[in-house]
Design a protein around this ligand. Structure first.
Ligand code: F6R
Length: 364
């Protein structure tokens, strides 16, 4: 059942290219994005004034990525909300808003409550859901199914990756319908998405390098993740993956926030992982990493092939293939999933069933 892998999590990491391809192909017709099965018409898309993305945990983290991509490409204001907060704070929703709830299981109690709240207020809702026939799939006005297949490991990987693809497809289509990108850009973005599965395969092929590095972190007390923009969103997920299955304390910080308090936690030999896939922000994050290094931190850099100057600063570097920066989270997250996995294995823990956690959180 684990297909020759030691754990479901590793099997599911390897299934990501397939999950992405299936999700992509389900929405591509004659080389174009077709959302007709989702039920969003061009008129619906044009009318949207704000988007709220409501979710928990890793699904929330994909919402943070989608916020960056959607706002940049389609120029629609997006707010990402933790469902457990959204449901209790009387959000001010307008009839032209769209509430997107993201959930692998389709059963997460807080996310479902957020969906119901939006519906009560007469706002259009869209579920990005992996489990067919789940509560959220049944109750949302529109459903975008991710086709990740059943996910067994408590720590999500392939469903997260498929949720990102859903966010990209919506962003590209909204950008086209709202006339913020050219026809040429539209097709280039679609081509770029098609190349992601192969690029993920290349990252996974080199997993032993991450395994070697992870084994050395087995006794770490704290690990920090820093990045800006989409890299910050990747850090949120990298940090969650690590802490939930390795039980090592870890935090993700927007790199520019370090000097507003957190940098006082940096001590000798603490590992700081910088994610640097966004060309515009590369130098900014490097300088934050240098500041950590001068306080004794050891540094891992996660960046794109070609950014070799990172080796002037970081002690260990992981390169991912080049892609359009909007989609870089799909690549950068994979080494961080592998890192969490291998640290957990090195510590002899139950990778697929971490303590105190359930796969589907049906109580608040
Ligand atoms: C972390 C993880 C959780 C889920 C969260 C939401 O690896 O899996 O954080 O992402 O519990 O679950 P769904 O997507 O089922 O609503």
């Amino acid at each position: 059942e684990k297909g020759g892998f030691e754990h479901f999590m590793m099997k599911e990491i390897h299934e990501q290219p397939r999950a992405i391809l299936d999700t992509l192909n389900s929405k591509l017709k004659d080389g174009k994005i077709d959302l007709s099965d989702v039920g969003l018409s061009n008129e619906d898309i044009k009318r949207i004034s704000h988007i709220y993305i409501v979710a928990c945990g890793s699904a929330y983290h994909t919402g943070v990525v989608t916020q960056y991509v959607m706002e940049d490409l389609a120029r629609v204001p997006v707010r990402v909300e933790l469902a457990s907060e959204f449901r209790y704070r009387r959000p001010i929703l307008d009839k032209d808003d769209l509430v997107i709830v993201v959930s692998q299981s389709g059963e997460t109690a807080d996310t479902l409550a957020g969906l119901r709240l939006a519906k009560e207020q007469g706002v259009k809702t869209l579920g990005i859901v992996n489990v067919v026939g789940s509560s959220i799939a049944r109750e949302a006005d529109n459903v975008f199914y991710t086709l990740a297949g059943p996910e067994i490991s408590v720590a999500t990987t392939k469903a997260y990756s498929a949720q990102l693809i859903a966010g990209y497809l919506l962003s590209i289509e909204f950008a086209k319908v709202r006339e913020h990108i050219t026809e040429k850009q539209y097709f280039e973005y679609i081509e770029e998405l098609k190349s992601i599965p192969e690029k993920i395969n290349r990252i996974i092929e080199d997993k032993e390098r991450i395994q070697w590095f992870a084994a050395k972190q087995a006794n770490a007390k704290d690990i920090f993740f820093v990045g800006r923009g989409i890299d910050y969103a990747v850090c949120l997920e990298g940090s969650l993956k690590l802490k939930e299955i390795s039980y090592i304390h870890s935090e993700a910080y927007a790199a520019g926030e370090l000097k507003h308090g957190t940098i006082s936690l940096i001590e000798d030999n603490i590992l700081v992982i910088g994610s640097l896939t966004q060309p515009d922000l590369f130098e900014k994050t490097v300088s934050n990493m240098v500041e950590c290094k001068s306080r004794g931190a050891s540094l891992m850099g996660l960046t794109t092939f070609g950014n070799y100057s990172i080796e002037d600063t970081a002690d260990f570097v992981v390169y991912v293939p080049k892609t359009d920066p909007h989609f870089a989270a799909s690549l950068a997250v994979v080494p961080l999933q592998l890192l969490g996995y291998y640290v957990s294995v090195a510590r002899g823990l139950d990778v697929d069933k971490p303590r105190n956690l359930a796969k589907s959180v049906t109580v608040e």
